[in-house]
Design a protein around this ligand. Structure first.
Ligand code: TXA
Ligand code: MG
Length: 350
């Protein structure tokens, strides 16, 4: 423990304090519309080193640089592809991160030695106010300990990083709840490295063809397009099983699995839409409300808080189910697949 982490309100004084800390090279967590970010000056190598240390993140996993507006892009990149301008107009400010060629002002520590840099203009009013007031590009990974679930509230950040960062701007729960979409624009055809807040359908609408980056087996860290493609990530401590199939088949599987586990004296946590929670309410399970299956936006918003809450109650296992691949459901599938770290049950071929 270095110091106590201060919780700052999002008033003028809180923002001024946060901006001053960032300018001085210290770390401040702040809300974005996706998840909370662990911010430090992207122009200051010492600050960047502090980010990696606070998170316990391996130095080969590069950071996203956050900007207040497009006018600052020349500070970060040397050459913007035409596609970037198209996407910027459609989706910025917003939950989209673009991989573009790195500019000389950005230290190599930020990009883990890569010739490319990840850049995003967030939409959250607190993030925007902070970026403007600090007057700096801010490097910010999600504000969690490395490999653990991303934070969607200031309390989540505090639980992971208390004493490791100077301050947290408390802007309440984030609205999207899963991380930004990461799109590589340095490949001949744009490549989706991480599904997120902007859907693959929306990207294809604007760009035409978009390739989908392949997931890598856990542990094969070297030479990946994006270390974020690693299998194990976003994981709770409790073993999580992720089931895929038709809604009816998944519900039958969930019931059978819960009954089998209960018969063995185990405690089961359920991370499922409201319909499944009601259908299984006769069984003695621990459940966190996510929202109706048809409202993936609501489920995404509640997903990480529910996962953390279940995890903290230390059931023997957590069961989660698929919601499909349309819109935000693809990001949810991606995160739950990683959280499952290989414990994925396919009930039928899609
Ligand atoms: O929503 C978000 O994106 C949040 C908020 C705070 O902006 N940030 C976030 O950062 O999720 P992080 O560090 O947890 O995830 C960034 C992802 C990682 O998978 C990283 O490997 C990838 O982006 N990435 C960063 N720079 C890259 C680069 N130059 N090339 C390829 N992938 C990169
Ligand atoms: Mg992260």
């Amino acid at each position: 423990m270095r110091n106590l982490t201060r919780i700052l309100p999002v008033d003028a004084e809180g923002l001024a304090t946060a901006a001053a800390l960032l300018r001085a090279g210290w770390l401040v967590a702040f809300p974005t519309e996706t998840v909370y970010g662990l911010g430090g000056s992207a122009l200051d190598e010492a600050a960047v080193a502090r980010i990696f240390a606070a998170k316990g993140r391996p130095a080969e996993d590069p950071l996203i640089v956050h900007l207040a507006n497009v006018a600052e892009l020349p500070r970060v990149t040397t050459a913007l592809p035409v596609s970037a301008m198209l996407l910027a107009e459609a989706f910025w400010p917003g939950p989209l991160t673009l991989i573009v060629p790195r500019g000389p002002e950005i230290p190599l520590a930020v990009t883990a030695g890569r010739p490319t840099v990840a850049v995003r203009i967030p939409a959250h009013p607190v993030a925007r106010a902070l970026l403007r007031e600090a007057g700096l590009p801010i490097a910010a990974p999600s504000a969690n300990r490395f490999g653990y679930t991303s934070p969607t509230t200031a309390a989540h950040v505090l639980a992971d990083l208390d004493g490791r960062i100077e301050a947290i701007l408390d802007g309440g729960p984030t609205t999207i709840g899963v991380e930004s979409t990461v799109l590589d624009l340095t490949t001949p055809i744009p490549t989706l490295l991480r599904p997120g807040g902007v859907s693959l359908e929306a990207l294809r609408d604007r760009l035409g063809p978009v390739l989908v980056g392949q997931r890598q087996p856990a542990g094969s860290g070297a030479g990946l397009a994006s270390p974020g493609l690693l299998d194990r990530h976003y994981a709770p401590v409790t073993p999580l099983w992720f089931v895929r199939g038709s809604p009816a088949a998944m519900q039958i599987w969930l019931r059978e699995r819960v009954r089998a586990e209960l018969a063995l004296g185990r405690r089961v946590g359920l991370l499922v839409p409201d319909e499944d929670a009601s259908a299984l309410a006769d069984l003695e399970v621990d459940c966190e409300p996510l929202g109706p299956a048809g409202d993936v936006a609501q489920i995404a918003r509640h997903l990480y808080a529910a996962l953390r809450a279940l995890d903290q109650r230390q059931p023997t296992l957590i069961l989660a189910r698929d919601l499909g691949a349309i819109g935000l459901a693809l990001a949810i599938r991606d995160r739950l697949t990683r959280a499952a770290a290989g414990r994925v049950i396919e009930l039928e071929r899609p």
